[in-house]
Ligand binder design. Structure first.
Ligand SMILES: [Zn+2]
Length: 448
């Protein structure tokens, strides 16, 4: 059976991930993501109104025109998890394919919300839920399987396409976590089994994000302990404490909510995306929040909550807000600019349970937000966080478990691929032979 891989997006950047695998007549598309930094760089871009081709020109969504070179029918569009760089282009591209979107329940729910907000295209692809561990047939000879992984969003999987020539494992976004705060640990046993099956692993497409970092990525339970320790250390502070984290990081939000209560404060989630991700996770029973937990997204209800906090006493609350990257329109940045009724006083604590995404736009915005917060006397607690991506030792473990014939580094630019290429070469792979360093818009033929 002919096997071809089209590397469509996310092979020159972190963002707009998209890869297609053709096995004989059948094609499966993995991820359809957005490169948010290409959108945010322009003022006031409303992507909901924009046409796909304009967004492709901006570098915001994958240039999927290469798909016309693949001689087969798309049978499924498979986003691996709910981060925007993996699902953010579905509303702009999926309608061009006569295929269902297949993903885990939390991811499907986020896709559904995104498609609903789309104004330019009507996306009516079927949305099919499949849990980690589930399988479905792709054409007469192939099978799609979801393997549970741990990442910084719940319900993440690595999809595997089993073909008669061996498996194609799409390894984007994971950490090897044996003690996640929500959900099951990563299913390393299944990866090892897949590596030992008859035809083994034909190809492994890997996320190189942290390949240049030594050691292993700590578990989410480490970030949880760090957070607990930090909040306990300011338990007796009688002024304002504000925390921010990735809205989609439900495990972290859950920890913040729990520890707020432990130090005698009422947690409240503020900001549009806080309400969206946490509300969805609660509705789907991924997390149980206290019955009276307030979640507010609309400007008016947020301001009303801030007024209430100021009236009843800042020392009684712990607002968990958006804005960990200093995004200009997010809640924490608005607070820093004094645009909300919440007044920061000298000595008030601001907890960043996130790291700055190492990208000049983010770094600049975050720097500005921190400066503004400090001008009001705020004290900053930084980097209470663990990454969602594998480091060196995790990459060695994955190669050891899967023993792939071919490896394709992804989720980075050329510079980001370099440490992974060194690592893979130390394991016997060679660039140009079975280690395929590629760019967006390329086709790699594995079996002719
Ligand atoms: Zn991710």
């Amino acid at each position: 059976m002919e096997i071809e891989i089209a590397t469509i997006g996310g092979f020159e950047e972190v963002g707009r991930q998209m890869t297609a695998v053709r096995a004989g007549e059948d094609v499966v598309v993995f991820d359809m993501g957005l490169n948010l930094s290409q959108v945010l760089i322009h003022d006031n871009v409303e992507t909901e109104q924009m046409h796909s081709l304009d967004l492709i020109d901006m570098g915001a969504i994958p240039d999927d025109r290469v798909m016309s070179d693949l001689e087969g029918d798309v049978q499924a569009i498979v986003p691996t998890h709910g981060h925007l760089d993996h699902i953010g282009a579905i509303s702009k591209l999926a309608h061009r394919y006569n295929a269902p979107v297949v993903a885990t329940p939390y991811t499907i729910e986020l896709v559904k919300q995104q498609v609903k907000g789309e104004n330019k295209f009507s996306v009516d692809n079927d949305l099919v839920k499949m849990d980690a561990g589930g399988t479905m047939s792709i054409g007469p000879q192939c099978e799609l399987e979801f393997v549970n992984v741990s990442h910084s969003v719940i319900d993440a999987i690595n999809p595997v396409l089993h073909t008669p020539e061996g498996s194609v494992v799409y390894g984007l976004d994971k950490r090897i976590d044996h003690n996640p705060v929500i959900g099951d640990p990563i299913d390393m046993e299944r990866f090892r089994e897949i590596g030992r099956e008859d035809n083994g692993v034909l190809c492994y497409i890997e996320d190189c994000t942290n390949a240049g970092h030594k050691g292993r990525t700590p578990s989410e339970s480490v970030a949880r302990t760090h957070l607990k320790d930090t909040l306990q250390s300011i338990e007796d502070y009688d002024g304002g404490i504000v925390a921010t984290t990735f809205s989609s990081h439900i495990a972290r939000v859950k920890s913040l909510v729990e520890f707020a209560e432990e130090i005698g404060r009422k947690p409240v989630l503020l900001g549009r995306s806080m309400e969206k991700y946490s509300g969805t996770a609660e509705r789907l029973d991924f997390v149980e929040f206290p019955g009276d937990l307030g979640m507010y997204g609309h400007r008016k209800s947020v301001d009303r909550t801030f007024k209430r906090i100021m009236k009843e006493g800042k020392e009684k609350f712990l607002p968990v807000v958006t804005g960990h990257q200093g995004e200009p329109r997010a809640m924490l940045t608005r607070m820093a600019r004094g645009e909300t009724p919440f007044e920061l006083d000298d000595g008030d604590k601001v907890i960043f349970s996130a790291r700055v995404i190492p990208e000049p736009t983010n770094e600049g915005q975050r720097y500005q937000a921190e400066r503004l917060l400090k001008m009001q006397g705020a004290r900053i607690y930084d980097e209470i966080h663990v990454s969602g991506h594998l480091r060196e030792e995790g990459h060695y473990q994955m190669l050891d478990a899967l023993q792939p014939q071919h490896v394709i580094p992804g989720h980075q630019d050329l510079q980001g691929f370099a440490p992974y290429v060194d690592l893979a070469e130390s394991q016997g792979y060679a660039v140009g032979r079975d280690l395929h360093v590629t760019r967006n818009g390329n086709m790699i033929t594995l079996v002719e």
